[in-house]
Design a protein around this ligand. Sequence first.
Ligand code: ADP
Ligand code: SF4
Length: 689
Amino acid sequence: MTTSPYSILFEPVEIGPVTAKNRFYQVPHCTGSGALRPRILAGLRGSKAEGGWGVINTEYCSVHPSSDDLPYPSATLWDDRDIKAHTLTTDKIHAHGALAGVELCLGGARMANLATREVALSSGNLPNLAGNPFQTRQMDKTDIKNARRWHRDAALRAKSAGFDIAYVYATHGYLLSQFMSGKMNHRTDEYGGVLANRIRLLREVIEDTKDAVGDTMAIAVRFSAETNGGGGGDGAPIPGETEEIFGMLGELPDLWDINVSDYSLEMGLSRFVPEGALEPYVAAMKSMTSKPVVSVGRFTSPDTMVSQIKRGIMDFIGAARPSIADPFLPNKIAEGRPEDIRECIGCNICYTGDGKGVPIRCTQNPSMSEEWRRGWHPETMNKKRSDDTVLIVGAGPTGLEAAQALGKRGYNVMLAEATRELGGRVTLESQLPSLGQLARVRDYRLGQIEKLDNVEIFRESDLTAEQVFEIAPDHVAIATGATWRRDGYGANALGCITGLAGARNIYTPNDIMAGNIPQGRTIVYDDDHYYMGSVIAETLRQKGLDVTLVTPGDVLSSWGAYTMDRGRAQSRLMELGVELIVSKSLTSFDGQSAHFECNYTGRKTMRETGSMVLVTARKPNDQLYQDLIAHPSYENGAAFKSLKKIGDCDAPGIIAAATFAGHRYARELEENVDIDNPLKYDRVFSCCD
Ligand code: ADP
Ligand code: SF4
């Protein structure tokens, strides 16, 4: 690597008593598996170690049942029985020479202990910061002693489990932030009041952890840069406080992991937050300590990474999402093939796993969380079973993923696309405001296909059933996508809205993406509840229309809360002057006036509007599939060895579901998949039975 422009990224870096083999550092991130699914977790983290990451951390790891965050699945180190589960992960990390870190966590008022029913503890009787109707107990001196002991005991268990780095988690509004916060900490004893008192517990926990395990383990502190030391939703920065804290603690830990307490900035959607957004915060913190600093920025470009290191912004390239989208990112840079990096698109679908309590998935990386349970390696495909040919119809995310993955298996693949442009929905959607990074879904796959001489693309080939029979491939996959509906069918209506029948001036997102734009005053009716409604409203507002967004939901973009689309989308629409109306169901529109009914009172309202954009649900474009199976040449299935519809044309969904469907089709072609037991099931604590 000495002649590589990227060699600086592969320098070893000391962190206290341990040494990272390079500067690629997977910061703690949730997996939706945590303590619940140890084997899925070990497979996931292990693939990153194999892919070259020098440091790999757990998600937040609760140290005691009074810090229980279920249904959000954290890791746990509550007692010795947890050790074995963690060992599954640390063994896999060590097998590739990487360091394993554990993010020990005292939760305080952010955790409601819904599963354990323990009383949560904090600096005072705080309301639950996650909106649950429970307050915390104000910790007395015994509670503080106990909390310190729980953290220390968990650090000792972490050592037994083989971890190399122990975190003290002092941001994101958890217990240590609550103590540090001038707003939340009203104590009058030596743990409250002046700053030196408010950081006392943090100092003690760092010292306890160092004392317990610091001889062999590095101690990292995760810390918020933008407010008075801990953030914790404190609001306005207190000038000078961070400098004061670093004056007292700056040299105490072995590493500082710097972020900001606002998740929607720290792990901002590409729709709202650019790459490297934390740089000003991190640079300021780095200047206050001689210890190594890591932070994040959705870095996927090795040039940007090198620049961060050379300019002294940080010592490690921290990553959560780029390591999810491409566990093999470091190896690809080391091997001089950065063009193979599967770049994160900043959609935050990965984050929905935590909010929903299920294993995380990734739009770009269909093998995420499937490494163990389906045995999918993020880079290596199973070898083909025969010399059969495969025709894939439709080059959206489903078809492109299926084609590149089948090509890597070794099959001869024909990919037919009706239009000149490839990419289907991601190409169309990437032209909407702020969604440009969706194009990476297409570009990565096209880049891979270009390297394969056994995959041929046929553009402007709008295939009919007859043509498919003429081509006569062994296997056919129909990936012809879906189209937004014009009849009002959606999650709320669960049927067509009869009052729309025959109405003029009804538009759908497909119309808007095709450049067919209404004029004057319009209503966007959002019964989809994710990003499309707000993006369409933004598009039309930017074109100068007078826009009202109406949704039958109680909030705008309710599902967008899981990806952090919701809050920022609402702010943006309000700033743009889009009127928002919630809890109203559309009952009719005649081309001039729209009628709504309140979901709670049934009260009817009317609005004059020249047009209506319906963002409700999509209909599969499965006509070709239906034509094929109805055709005499199909011979009751004898015409092909297999025929399948996949992706949006099978069941319309998110883009991550499309890439998953395409990948799954490729993985399973000619394999004997047991449809009754398609995947291994990671039973809770089964590894410890
Ligand atoms: P998905 O998300 O499942 O990939 P998309 O809607 O993004 O679905 O992509 C479907 C693609 O299929 C589009 O690019 C569309 O032009 C193409 N397509 C639809 N019907 C045909 C057809 N009969 N022949 C070839 N391509 C088709
Ligand atoms: Fe990036 Fe989206 Fe994958 Fe998350 S789900 S890692 S944001 S591409």
